[in-house]
Design a protein around this ligand. Structure first.
Ligand code: COA
Length: 163
């Protein structure tokens, strides 16, 4: 399993994963919005390019062999939504859940965070999202705040993850 830079080359594999999530733009960690046209070749290419050039968020796709298993996003401190939404977001396609994919991906994201000089990251998720809370806890996260029905975690980026 690797975290890879979003690429046109993965269009077919990404669409296969997208179909599994079902309609809508709810895939956490992919930076997908209702303005993105991921159906046409040009629209997909434009979306991927937007992700690649975003200086305030690092996007990676979780890939194993020819399959896209999920996506992760690392919002840098400068990102306008880093405070509200947290620094990290992630999603795993339904058929790959419960196999440790998110746990390994978050570990790799902490490495990326260390590479850009971050010493801690935050994540915000619904208090009812037991899988996400378990993922964050396993990654060393601590609950720091309740925000309505959501909870904010802080995860230290240990020096081992820093370049
Ligand atoms: C949250 C999500 C990313 C977890 O991905 P995953 O690859 O299934 O997670 P893992 O297999 O690495 O499991 C991580 C932990 O969650 C637990 N877990 C996974 N699925 C679970 C479930 N359905 N119910 C309870 N716990 C669950 C695992 O047991 C593990 O805990 P442990 O380390 O204490 O054993 C995935 O469920 C998902 O994509 N959900 C929709 C998007 C989302 O909620 N993203 C997070 C937004 S904040």
């Amino acid at each position: 399993m690797d975290l890879v830079v979003p690429s046109d080359d993965l269009a077919a594999a990404w669409r296969d994963a997208h179909a599994e999530w079902g309609p809508g733009f709810h895939e956490d960690g992919f930076g997908l919005t209702a303005d993105d046209d991921v159906e046409s070749a040009q629209g997909f290419s434009d979306w991927v390019e937007r992700l690649r050039v975003d200086a305030e968020c690092t996007y990676r796709w979780i890939v194993a062999g020819e399959r896209v298993l999920g996506g992760v996003a690392l919002r840098h401190d400068s990102h306008e939504f880093a405070e509200r939404l947290g620094h990290i977001g992630y999603g795993v396609r339904p058929s790959e859940r419960g196999r440790g994919v998110a746990s390994r991906a978050v570990r790799e994201v902490l490495r990326l965070a260390g590479d850009v000089g971050m010493t801690r990251v935050t994540a915000v998720c619904e208090a009812s999202n037991v899988a996400s809370i378990a993922t964050l806890t396993r990654a060393g996260g601590e609950r720091v705040e309740c925000i309505g029905s959501a909870v904010r975690f802080r995860i230290p980026v240990h020096p081992i993850f820093c370049a």
